[in-house]
Design a protein around this ligand. Structure first.
Ligand code: ZN
Length: 162
């Protein structure tokens, strides 16, 4: 099945991991976690923060199988879940950009094919992120270093001539 859309979600919890969400979803009677990826905020338990896990990307549902994350839109889509309610860390944002760029390339998609859950179902606010902002953020190039290698070389040549 051709993938045509990547959906973004939030966990609507302040903490969590892929294993934890797998528990929550299987308790609801689903066969496994509904999302294909989970991006951690470092809070792996309600009161345990592991800084090194902030921005970590975890595998959710088996990559090549259909997810369960947007009712009536699970065919031809992938689901990414950010741990959090409405505040996400810089590391999570950097991680989702890297992951999205990789998925867009893999499926030959553009940033327009990245959607928030609320854009398919207007009765939800998930992922509580302005999706126009997120699409712009993913599309924008990384800031280039102010001094390039060429600048550095020119500077070197000048200082040699003094
Ligand atoms: Zn959602």
């Amino acid at each position: 099945m051709k993938v045509n859309t990547i959906f973004i979600h939030c966990s609507d919890s302040t903490w969590g991991t892929a294993i934890e969400i797998n528990k929550w979803h299987t308790q609801r009677g689903w066969k496994a976690i509904g999302y294909h990826f989970v991006i951690l905020n470092g809070m792996i338990r309600p009161s345990i923060k592991i800084e090194a896990m902030d921005g970590q990307i975890e595998a959710g549902r088996q990559f090549n199988t259909q997810g369960a994350h947007v009712l009536n839109h699970n065919v031809g889509t992938k689901g990414i879940c950010l741990i959090g309610v409405d505040k996400f860390t810089d590391k999570q944002m950097k991680a989702i950009k890297v992951l999205l760029l990789e998925l867009l390339k893999r499926y030959d998609l553009t940033v327009k094919d990245i959607k928030g859950h609320y854009e398919a179902h207007s009765h939800v606010t998930c992922p509580n992120i302005d999706m126009n902002w997120l699409r712009r953020y993913v599309a924008e190039e990384e800031p280039k270093p102010r001094i390039t290698i060429v600048d550095k070389l020119i500077h070197k040549i000048r200082s040699l001539q003094c």
